[in-house]
Structures are given as structure tokens and as C-alpha cells.
Design a protein around this ligand. Structure first.
Ligand code: DX5
Ligand code: ZN
Length: 215
């Protein structure tokens, strides 16, 4: 069963209640929340207070994607605000050991840790690291903006991760983010992804129908 995680980066905030009612009426099980700091990526988005507001607007699991240079400092803030899945970037960390340490801390704090790689980062960096995480997020666009085109090199990464996980009989969520629509979503599912993030495709179309077409 594929999990759909609508990205509120593309939500029309003048229509917040209506659009969230549609998300709640759809088959979406997660809600994707992009945190950008203007340093790790050249854009700014939302802090923890807005996440608290979304906690009240939906029962979807809150899937927080930190695109920030300092995840160690800000992770607890987003956990307090309601994050259930917390994903940080491999590229933001000093080394693999620091990634492992943060993953352990996130588990102790009661959330599921995720690690993400940008399109130019080879999947091999995760070969001895994915085991410490509940989720790997493969970016299929350069992080920072919605509405970009899907980079098909994500498909090989997804397939490699799924092969590693299957070889160890591990229950790993493989999530993909960027340029997902019905077509690219299907390719990702075939490659082994089980969580699809979509922003523009969901919020610029009929929300319930768009989610259905991704399931
Ligand atoms: C981009 C964000 C994505 C973004 C995806 O950096 O991480 O979550 O919302 O948007 P679409 O689906 O429009 O490519
Ligand atoms: Zn994202």
C-alpha cells in the first residue's frame, strides 16, 4: 500500500481550510511539511508554530522534511510541535557518525528518523547508514522549490535502496520527493518506493482525485 504525503509547500494558504478538508477527505495518510532555512536551500518556509496549527487541522501523520543546516538544534523544536516522521539531509551533517547519533536521539525522543539525499549525492553514501533509519527520502529535484521536473536518476537510487532493504528483510520506508505526478509516481512505485510526496500535482488539481491517482 503506497502512502501519499501531500506537500503543503504548494497549498494555497488563502484556501487553507477548504484545501485541508479535501486532504482529510482523500486517501492521504501523511502530510509533508518542508522546513527551509535560506542557508541549506535558497528559500524560506515555515517554523514550528505553523506545524502546531496543522496538527489541529488533520489526523494525517506529520512528515517533516528539514532542509536546514543545523538539524541537531532544531529537531527537538519540531518534535515538540508535533512531528512524527523527522527527516534531515545527509549533506547537512558532518559525517556518517553524526547522522547515526542524531537518528538514535530522534528515536529516543519518540519520532521516526529519516535521512534524505539530494539528486547529486550518490546512494552509496547510505550503504552502511540506512539501517539506522525508518525512512530514506530520495530527492528527485534539487530541494528548495515546488513545481520542478522529476529527475529519473532517483529511480536507480530507489531500486538500490529497496534491494538493500529486501536483502536484510528490513521494513524501510522509501520516500520520493519532487516532480511526482501519476506517471512519475508509478515509475517510483515500480522501482520500490512506498511513500510519494507531491505538492503541485495535488494542490493545483482536484485534491481528492490527484491523491487517488497516486495510490
Ligand atoms: C522541494 C520540497 C518538496 C516540494 C515538492 O524542495 O522538498 O516537498 O514541495 O513539490 P512538487 O511535488 O511540486 O515537485
Ligand atoms: Zn520535501
Amino acid at each position: 500500500m503506497t502512502i501519499i504525503s501531500p506537500s503543503i509547500l504548494s497549498l494555497d494558504f488563502t484556501q487553507l481550510n477548504t484545501q485541508m478538508e479535501a486532504v482529510n477527505a482523500s486517501q492521504a495518510q501523511w502530510l509533508h511539511y518542508d522546513v527551509m532555512d535560506g542557508h541549506f536551500v535558497p528559500n524560506l518556509t515555515f517554523g514550528p508554530d505553523i506545524l502546531k496549527a496543522f496538527r489541529k487541522l488533520t489526523d494525517c501523520e506529520l512528515d517533516v522534511h528539514l532542509m536546514i543546516t543545523d538539524p541537531e538544534t532544531y529537531a527537538p523544536v519540531f518534535i515538540k510541535a508535533g512531528a512524527q516522521w523527522l527527516t534531515f539531509h545527509y549533506e547537512a551533517m558532518e559525517n556518517a557518525e553524526a547522522c547515526r547519533k542524531l537518528a538514535k536521539q530522534l528515536r529516543q525522543w519518540g519520532v521516526k528518523p529519516g535521512i534524505s539525499i539530494k539528486p547529486k549525492t550518490p546512494v552509496e553514501v547510505l550503504k552502511d547508514l540506512w539501517q539506522d533509519f525508518d525512512l530514506v527520502l530520495v530527492m528527485s529535484v534539487e530541494p528548495g522549490f515546488g513545481g520542478q521536473q522529476f529527475d529519473p536518476s532517483a529511480l536507480e537510487k530507489i531500486a538500490q535502496l529497496r534491494a538493500w532493504a529486501q536483502a536484510e528483510n528490513a521494513d524501510l520506508r522509501i520516500e520520493v520527493d519532487g516532480g511526482i505526478n501519476a506517471e512519475t509516481g508509478k515509475l517510483c512505485k515500480q522501482a520500490g518506493a512506498d511513500v510519494l510526496v507531491a505538492g503541485n500535482y495535488i494542490f493545483k488539481n482536484n485534491i481528492v482525485d490527484a491523491v487517488d491517482s497516486l495510490c
